[in-house]
Design a protein around this ligand. Structure first.
Ligand code: GLU
Length: 315
């Protein structure tokens, strides 16, 4: 199967050291496999995307010679397609409207003796599955439990090559770097949101639809997204979409151990020194330093070979 990879930044700011690692890792994986590499601008949350950030990211990638093989896809242009997919889920009983506020969800969890801890997923208790009880709909949710529990022990051969197993106990999947992973989505996450109460599309829906429509076969992204993968695998299976292979790359941590992120004020990479910023990203990926006097192109070629030695020996 021809390889198609992608880098899918949310343009909430310029590229920083952490997002460059994800960009470089996905580019190296595509080049090492002789495949195509695409860029998708995930601008589905306009209030969080300052004007000009996406253009700056594209310019930073170009300065680092990470050039996509096709013009970027912009999620802000894809609303009609996401609506079509949501409508199809509703028609099949896989999505339902939800009237709960965060406070309602916390109260329902507390009634079951579960206290919501900060930074921990609030599993949706399923309050609106049976109907809204006259309340106004806010968000749309995926009926995780219904889908997860209706699955046979394993899926068809397509899923087996992607190394995923769905069962009533949840999702087991294989990451090319992290190895076998498991999550009981119904119990740990619950029915997740497809369209948010503010009318915006959820990351889960948009990413699954776009990866499929762009024919993505291999996803390489930061490890902070690994626990989103089972939700995406469930959605792909429910929608009858092909399952890509996944590789979650190491995160760059700030000195306080936190993940580097724009929200935590990570500075933009200085793309006027492309070799230096790429060398930092390569080090985070355990790749060798560029030889003295190497050009950006020579360093990238060296890293493609080193990457292939580490990750491309097994499919
Ligand atoms: N847009 C997401 C981010 O910037 C990444 C999505 C993905 O790679 O699946 O964190």
């Amino acid at each position: 199967m021809p390889y198609v990879g992608r880098f899918a930044p949310s343009p909430t700011g310029a590229l920083h050291a952490g997002s460059l690692v994800a960009a470089l890792a996905s580019w190296l994986d595509a080049r090492a496999a002789g495949g195509r590499w695409l860029v998708r601008i995930e601008d589905i949350d306009p209030p969080r995307c300052p004007g000009g950030a996406a253009e700056r990211i594209l310019q930073q990638l170009a300065a680092c010679q990470l050039l996509p093989d096709a013009p970027p896809l912009w999620q802000s242009s894809r609303s009609a397609r996401y609506q079509q997919v949501l409508d199809a889920c509703v028609a099949r009983g896989l999505a339902y409207p939800c009237a709960c506020t965060r406070r309602d969800i916390d109260a329902a969890l507390a009634a079951r003796g579960l206290v919501h801890e900060r930074h921990v997923e609030r599993p949706y208790p399923g309050t609106c599955r049976a109907g809204l009880g006259g309340r106004a709909p806010r968000a749309w949710r995926f009926h995780t439990e219904k889908y997860q529990s209706n699955q046979p022990q394993t899926l068809a051969s397509q899923a087996l090559t992607a190394m995923i197993f769905l069962s009533s106990q949840g999702v087991r999947w294989h990451d090319r770097r992290l190895g076998w992973q498991a999550q009981d989505v119904a119990a740990q996450v619950g029915d997740f949101v497809l369209r948010r109460a503010d009318g915006l599309w959820s990351y889960q829906l948009a990413v699954v639809v776009d990866d499929a429509d762009q024919g993505i076969t291999h996803i390489v992204r930061g490890e902070d997204l690994a626990d989103n993968t089972p939700r995406q695998l469930l959605l792909q299976a429910a929608l009858g979409l092909a399952t890509p292979r996944y590789l979650h790359a190491p995160l760059v941590r700030a000195s306080d151990g936190e993940k580097l992120s724009k929200q935590h004020g990570a500075p933009a990479i200085d793309e006027t020194r492309p070799l230096a910023v790429l060398a930092d990203a390569a080090r985070a990926l355990a790749l060798p330093p560029p030889p003295a006097g190497a050009t950006v192109g020579q360093a990238l070629a060296l890293w493609v070979r080193a990457w292939a030695d580490i990750y491309n020996r097994t499919p």
